[in-house]
Ligand binder design. Structure first.
Ligand SMILES: NC(=O)c1ccc[n+]([C@@H]2O[C@H](COP(=O)([O-])OP(=O)(O)OC[C@H]3O[C@@H](n4cnc5c(N)ncnc54)[C@H](O)[C@@H]3O)[C@@H](O)[C@H]2O)c1
Ligand SMILES: N[C@H](CO)Cc1c[nH]c[nH+]1
Ligand SMILES: [Zn+2]
Length: 434
């Protein structure tokens, strides 16, 4: 873990290093991912099964890649009523938020009498990636699948790794709740490649979405263009801005909640209170003594964690905009001014009673969010990832008379004569030409 103080002489360099070191850690998987994708593209199911069996210690064959309806039913029967109820609370809240997100079509007549508009249509097919290497993510099934359903996507395929051949029953129960039935037991870059390029067993999709580790995130980046993707939703991140009025243990647990996802996760505390900085550091060390996933959390905290002491909350907000974190927690007395200043963050959690874990499960907005500073230019998963826009223009004779001549002039200026003539012949006809 790095301790930084904004007043230290080399602060800018140290801060830049903190971000750059993790970026370069992520970049080291480029080569292996390219090789996996090329093999899946060339050898299809054969490569898909080979990589899956190697990385997940399984023995899948093309015939067993798809999880059967009987396996889904058996797994769901294993889930306790309490867990099904919790799943239902989460699903209902996620569904209502994403329904509210659906945009309306647009259509109006402008002052030249031209009808202009924009129509939304759902994608034909999408592939959902549900992570499952170091933890199982039933919540990510809901976060991926519910917006796809709300948007009206035709075909929804889902890939999830089954390490050591173990199927997580709650993952399948979440899939059933979200109406997903086409599920494959594959993960990692090979799963992304299979959904993008297609294999004999897995038909290709139009867009691959969902979170995952560095291999999954890099694979999505590399298949972009062949298919659409949502965003680079890689190893988790949180920045917590905390003042001196916090329970240090609660803040430490918020930091560790991201760190326990992945050794490549990143948790950063920014505080204007040096006393709080020291107390949280101590509380993290204490929690790591008993946390069941301490090995992962400690690896993340040691390599990528940071505590930054700043002069004031305004300075904290400026640093957040540079980090553009996946998650931002505002654990401060008066969050509004900082909330207003922050422009780059995947999701913001406002107030001491809203830890990020609420958003992971039951808040309602999506927990699939941009990482590695990509929140500067991209957003979390939403219904917008499952629909696309088509614009339309409708012009009658009078409207063409009004706006056509400008088009002819511009086409002539570009030297594109067919363009100019296609408008000009119609204008001439309106003026009585034969
Ligand atoms: N940004 C988000 O919105 C968000 C949401 C949820 C989870 N996450 C992240 O998802 C990730 C889940 O990671 P995970 O590992 O538990 O599951 P995962 O499913 O993402 O990755 C597991 C797969 O990684 C591949 N893999 C592992 N080691 C490999 C190697 N050496 N070479 C090639 N491939 C290899 C394997 O194919 C394996 O099936 C975490 O990083 C977590 O932080 C992010
Ligand atoms: N924090 C993760 C997003 O980075 C999502 C998640 C799912 N389950 C628990 N957490
Ligand atoms: Zn989480």
């Amino acid at each position: 873990m790095k301790r930084l103080t904004s007043t230290q002489a080399d602060f800018r360099a140290a801060f830049k290093r903190l971000l750059a070191e993790r970026d370069s850690d992520t970049a080291r998987v480029d080569g292996p991912v390219a090789e996996i994708l090329a093999a899946v593209r060339k050898h299809g199911d054969e490569a898909l099964c080979e990589f899956t069996n190697r990385f997940d210690r399984t023995s899948v064959t093309p015939a067993t890649l798809r999880i059967t309806p009987e396996e889904i039913a058996a797994a769901c029967a294993d889930v306790s009523p309490e867990l099904l109820e919790a799943l239902e609370v989460a699903a209902t809240r996620i569904e209502s938020f994403h329904k509210a997100q659906m945009p309306a079509d647009m259509k109006y007549v402008d002052d030249a009498g031209v009808t202009l508009g924009m129509r939304w249509t759902a994608l034909d097919s999408v592939g959902l990636y549900v992570p499952g290497g170091k933890a199982a993510y039933p919540s990510s099934v809901l976060m991926n699948a519910i917006p796809a359903h709300v948007a009206g996507v035709g075909r929804i395929a889902m890939c999830v790794p089954t390490p050591d051949g173990v199927l997580n029953p709650l993952v399948l129960a979440a899939a059933r709740r979200a109406g997903v039935t086409e599920i494959y037991r594959v993960g990692g870059a090979q799963a992304v490649g299979a959904m993008a390029y297609g294999t004999a067993t897995i038909a290709p999709v139009d867009r691959v979405v969902g979170p995952g580790n560095a291999y999954v995130a890099e694979a999505k980046r590399q298949v972009f263009g062949t298919v659409g993707i949502d965003s680079i939703a890689g190893p988790s991140e949180v920045v917590v801005i905390a003042d001196g009025n916090n329970d240090p243990r609660a803040i430490a647990l918020d930091l560790l909640a991201q760190a326990e996802h992945d050794p490549m996760a990143q948790s950063i505390l920014i505080t204007p209170d040096a006393g709080m900085a020291a107390q949280v550091e101590q509380a993290v060390a204490t929690e790591l003594e008993t946390l069941p996933r301490a090995a992962i959390a400690r690896a993340s905290w040691d390599a990528h964690g940071a505590i930054i002491t700043v002069r004031d909350l305004d300075e904290a907000a400026g640093l957040v905009n540079e980090i553009a974190p996946e998650h931002l927690e505002l654990m401060i007395d008066n969050p509004q001014p900082v909330f207003d200043r922050v422009r780059h963050a995947g999701a913001i959690f406002v107030g001491r009673y809203c830890p990020e874990a609420i958003g992971d499960y039951v808040g309602g907005p999506n927990h699939v969010l941009p990482t590695s500073r990509t929140a500067r230019f991209s957003s979390g998963l939403s219904v917008f990832d499952f629909i696309k826009r088509t614009t339309f223009i409708e012009a009658q004779a009078e409207s063409l008379r009004r706006i056509g001549p400008a088009a002819v002039s511009l086409a002539e200026a570009e030297g594109l004569d067919a363009h100019a003539l296609s408008v000009a012949v119609r204008l001439a006809k309106l003026d009585g030409a034969p």
